[in-house]
Design a protein around this ligand. Structure first.
Ligand SMILES: [Cu+2]
Length: 512
């Protein structure tokens, strides 16, 4: 059975179980460790089906989402139902002693990334629904659910060029005025953000397919790497968090481009609904760890901060502390319209993320750069700086050796508004992310902004053994150390400048 038909089979089951209108509204029961949220009257729909580019009409789901966001933006930030309270629960640029204990929680680069965001979206969705029904008086919208942005959708035939529309920020988030379900222009649109650093970098452009492609994460076999095992695959959660989760954040840029500001963009919630959907789809085929518990205290930003658990507020202002089993999900809370569409391709890149370099296994390290190096509009070509014996590298393509390409100190002062793709080999004409020389992207999401500028930056490790084996002879003679290229996307190259001073501090190829 091919992977695609396997996914289709899993999705058929999910859809049959997920038909709307099946159950009554009740507080969700918790059922630990199950992949499917079961039945629900709340169906999270693909946003591409909720507006009509021809007539300009928005479906009621989007229309009332916009109205609710407008209402929430008018509330005091101390009100849990306000836009700012919800945004700052994820993160905020400034921090103060008087901030509610719910603010600044977002667990990135952590095993709680997916489950925390699931509960965060769940409570946000309840709040928006309650605002629509109770504050805006729409009893007929009592089944409202958060739409998802299905950016990795591929049209029949599978050519990414035919699906560009799905990779643009959905049209209703780019229009200055609300459109009614009849297509009439109304008041200013609370979903709209301008094209700048406080809005979105992306504008009307489409992301490239490799920026949204979940394939690499979806083919991971386990959720989280086993403890104490350095150098293995990173697993589903960490892989998905980097690519495409973080890439979509930085690809949109502006508010979405850094952790403290991301949830201020109304499209944030549709992006995370899609990330959550990827997780549900992955869980139809993989078990979850069964014995994880929420920690008593979440990570602190400052050693003087009080001990606080993860906690969220609901539509009644009631506080919910996340405790007990981590993978006990809200049941009957929502289902996705599809668990098969836009989940990746059969084209799996040959490089994959690993957790680090197991020092005891290192046979040789070839340093490519060991000083802060800025990434500009031109490709950065990293030749070997000498040190290790280059002929030792030839063993790397032998059957028993592995090669890890590592970057450290990756960071920027602001969202670069550009993607940086990593390639192997000195064929500079090969900048095709579908081609054999492609390794992956440098991440710029959790490592941008003033805070990141004073940190060590991010490290990222790619196992490139297979990429090297498949590299064409003209790109690498199989003797010397191969060239590593960091290539900004063509738009940045054409613009002649890159914002935010993206940089890296160290890069090396290590033979294990
Ligand atoms: Cu995010």
């Amino acid at each position: 059975m091919s992977r695609r038909s396997l996914l289709a089979a899993a999705g058929a089951v999910a859809l049959a179980a997920g038909l709307p209108g099946a159950t009554a509204m009740a507080a969700p029961r918790l059922r630990p460790g199950t992949a499917q949220p079961g039945r629900s009257r709340y169906v999270r729909k693909d946003v591409s089906g909720l507006f009509d580019p021809e007539t300009g009409a928005w479906a009621p789901e989007l229309y009332w989402y916009a109205k609710a966001v407008g209402w929430m933006k008018e509330q005091q930030q101390s009100d849990p139902r306000s836009w700012r309270f919800q945004w700052y629960t994820h993160g905020r640029t400034e921090r103060s002693q008087d901030d509610p204990p719910e603010w600044h929680q977002c667990p990135h680069r952590s095993p709680y990334f997916l489950p925390w965001h699931r509960w965060y979206l769940y409570h946000f969705e309840r709040i928006v629904r309650s605002v629509i029904v109770a504050e805006l008086g729409r009893d007929d919208m009592s089944d409202w659910a958060l739409p998802y942005w299905n950016y990795a959708h591929l049209a029949a035939g599978g050519a990414p060029e035919d699906s560009q529309e799905w990779r643009r920020v959905p049209l209703p988030f780019r229009q200055r005025r609300i459109r009614s379900p009849q297509g009439a222009e109304e008041e200013e649109n609370p979903l709209y953000l301008p094209v700048d650093q406080q809005g979105r970098c992306l504008g009307d452009d489409a992301l490239d397919f490799d920026q949204v492609d979940p394939t690499a994460a979806m083919r991971e076999d386990f959720f989280w790497p086993p403890e104490g095992e350095e150098g293995g695959r990173v697993g589903f959660s960490r892989s998905l968090e980097r690519f495409p989760h973080g890439l979509v954040h930085s690809g949109i840029g502006g508010l979405m481009g850094s952790v403290p500001t991301a949830a201020g963009d109304p499209v944030f919630w549709l992006h995370h609904a899609n990330v959550d959907r990827f997780w549900n789809a992955w869980m139809t085929r993989h078990p979850m760890p069964s014995d994880w518990l929420w920690p008593e205290t979440r990570p602190k930003h400052d050693p003087d901060d009080p001990d606080l658990p993860y906690m969220l507020r609901d539509e009644n202002g009631e506080r919910h502390t996340l405790r007990g089993p981590v993978f006990a999900f809200p049941q009957n809370a929502y289902v996705y319209e599809s668990l098969t569409d836009g989940l990746g391709t059969d084209e799996v890149p040959s490089a994959f993320l690993v957790t680090g370099i197991p020092q005891e296994d290192v046979s040789e390290t070839f340093v490519l750069v060991d000083e802060t190096t800025y990434l500009g509009p031109d490709p950065l070509v990293l030749p070997h700086e000498g040190g290790g014996a280059a002929d030792a590298f030839a063993t790397a393509v032998g059957p028993d050796d592995r090669v890890v390409l590592a970057f450290e100190g990756v960071r920027a002062d602001a969202t670069p508004c550009a993607a940086f793709r990593v390639f192997l080999g000195d064929d500079e004409s090969d900048t095709d992310p579908e081609g054999p020389a492609f390794v992956g992207h440098l991440p710029f999401f959790e490592n941008v902004g003033p805070h990141a500028a004073h940190s060590e930056g991010t490290e990222v490790f790619f196992d490139v053994t297979e990429t090297l084996r498949q590299l064409p002879d003209r790109a690498w003679d199989r003797e010397g150390v191969p060239v590593v290229r960091v290539v900004p996307d063509p738009a940045a190259e054409a613009g002649g400048a890159v914002e935010g001073d993206p940089r890296l501090a160290w890069a090396a190829l290590t033979v294990l």
